[in-house]
Design a protein around this ligand. Structure first.
Ligand SMILES: [Zn+2]
Length: 116
């Protein structure tokens, strides 16, 4: 029988620098939480649990040199995924030959894929 416990989440603390990140703060929104089981031949040991919570400042200090940070293209609406919300098509993408206003993979009546 499982027992359900209520825990009030009030944020977290960076495991590297000790920065407090209250749950409703911008620091909390930007923190990185690592929590996984290491796999076979992992440097952390087979099957061990790897956990850590880090503030954005420590992520920048430790990984910034290798992170790929880029701006979201101006013409790409954030969070809009419906066909009528997408900007007009320009250029060629890997999915462009399958991507139509009716959705990805639209076919004609003669069962050919529309390559416009
Ligand atoms: Zn930190």
């Amino acid at each position: 029988m499982y027992q359900i416990e209520n825990h009030r989440h009030e944020g977290c603390t960076c495991d590297r620098c000790g920065r407090s990140m209250p749950v409703n703060s911008y620091e909390y929104q930007e923190h990185l939480c690592i929590d996984y089981h290491a796999g076979y031949e992992s440097v952390f040991g087979d099957g061990n649990i790897v956990e850590g919570q880090f503030c954005q400042h420590c992520i920048l200090a430790c990984l910034g040199e290798w992170l790929r940070v880029r701006e979201v293209p101006e013409r790409a609406p954030k969070g809009a995924y419906q066909a009528h919300q997408r900007p007009p098509k320009r250029g060629i993408s890997l999915l462009s030959k399958y991507d139509t206003d009716e959705g990805v993979g639209h076919t004609n009546n003669d069962n050919r894929t529309d390559f416009d």
